[in-house]
Design a protein around this ligand. Structure first.
Ligand code: SAM
Ligand code: SF4
Length: 326
């Protein structure tokens, strides 16, 4: 299935919940966001029906996200049900890792292929600060568990904010020499009017990485998942660094994804307020063909590129990141 700009749409990002046990400063306000009621959120049966229909229309890759996907009860069975669909060949998850230590084995056994884990700093106090209460140790144990059970390749997501310091970069430089991990730096996106201090730019991070006497970054082949990150490695490293630049160098031209929010809206683009209400259709008895039509309509609406900045530099998104599924 191709959109109006000849991009093949194969990838559905599914936000299974808007709930989260963290309150990351770049993602949501300190007081949290107004949560959806039980009835507003799609049931797993509803998600599965949509996925099944879309899998007959070219979708073969699914990423589960949230909110925090691991806080929703029944996620392991849901994963098992998705993996039972032959057309879905890649099922991954983005998680804050806080619950992974206990769940990694079950997730792997259910058929999850791999995880991306958010890790913005390795300083316990700064971690608590940016996540507003998170426990670094738990997340680090979750990352180890992901490696231990083979939820690989493990990718770490670091949003570039002023929370990151030189010792964090030193840690990541050591880590890519110890583990086949992909450490990815993501430019902060000003979604939902959340406030966070500006961090270093990508070039600054690259210079820092090059400053630890472990050689200089060199371009690397992209790794499994084939997303928008540009990958680099160091001479003796077994892992890679990735840089994701939605702001300074957007990658809309290769965007192959559609999103489904926890409250049942198709979104053609993360950075667009456009939504199509698939939940209403489902609950009003729509046929599979009618649901597929909404998917086609979403693809037809997919903008050529995002318009993050208005003329006055402001942006007004209806949703915070945790309500879309980053
Ligand atoms: N709770 C899970 C997590 O944190 O990994 C999944 C949901 S979270 C919204 C998905 C990803 O979006 C995370 O990697 C997070 O760092 C990223 N993210 C959240 N807000 C962001 C922002 N304003 N700019 C860039 N990335 C953001
Ligand atoms: Fe929760 Fe993820 Fe948002 Fe952090 S980034 S508040 S862990 S949804």
């Amino acid at each position: 299935m191709f959109d109006s700009y000849n991009r093949q749409i194969q990838y559905l990002r599914v936000s299974v919940t808007d709930r989260c046990n963290f309150r990351c400063a770049y993602c949501m306000p300190a007081q949290g966001v107004k949560l959806l009621s039980h009835d507003e959120i799609l049931s797993y049966e509803e998600f599965l029906r949509i996925i099944k229909i879309l899998s007959k229309h070219g979708v073969n890759k699914i990423r589960l996200t949230g909110g925090e996907p691991l806080v929703r009860k029944g996620i392991v069975q849901f994963i098992q049900d998705i993996t039972a669909l032959k057309a879905i060949t890649d099922l991954s998850m983005t998680t804050n890792g806080s619950l992974l230590f206990d769940m990694a084995g079950q997730l792997k056994a259910a058929g999850l292929s791999r995880v991306n884990i958010s890790l913005d700093t390795v300083d316990p106090e700064r971690f608590r600060q940016i996540t507003r209460g998170g426990n670094l140790d738990q997340t680090l144990k979750g990352i180890e568990a992901a490696f231990a059970v083979g939820l690989t390749p493990v990718k770490l997501n670091i949003v570039l904010t002023n929370i990151i310091t030189k010792p964090d970069i030193a840690y990541f430089v050591e880590l890519v020499h110890r583990q086949p991990v992909s450490v990815r730096f993501i430019e902060y996106m000003p979604i939902g009017e959340c406030q966070v201090g500006a961090g270093p730019g990508i070039e600054e991070i690259k210079e820092l990485i090059n400053s630890f006497g472990r050689g200089s970054l060199k371009s690397a082949l992209s790794i499994c998942g084939n997303g928008p990150a540009k990958y680099y490695t160091l001479p003796q490293a077994i892992g890679t660094f990735g840089f994701i630049t939605p702001i300074s160098e957007h990658f809309c031209g290769i965007c192959n994804r559609i999103r489904l929010t926890a409250d049942g809206k198709f979104k053609p683009c993360l950075l667009s307020n456009q939504e199509i209400d698939v939940k209403a259709a489902l609950r009003n008895g729509a046929s599979d063909d009618e649901i597929a039509k909404l998917f086609y309509q979403t693809i037809a609406n997919k903008p050529q590129g995002h318009s993050l900045k208005n003329a006055d530099g402001s942006t007004r998104f209806f949703r915070k990141m945790s309500q879309i599924g980053g």
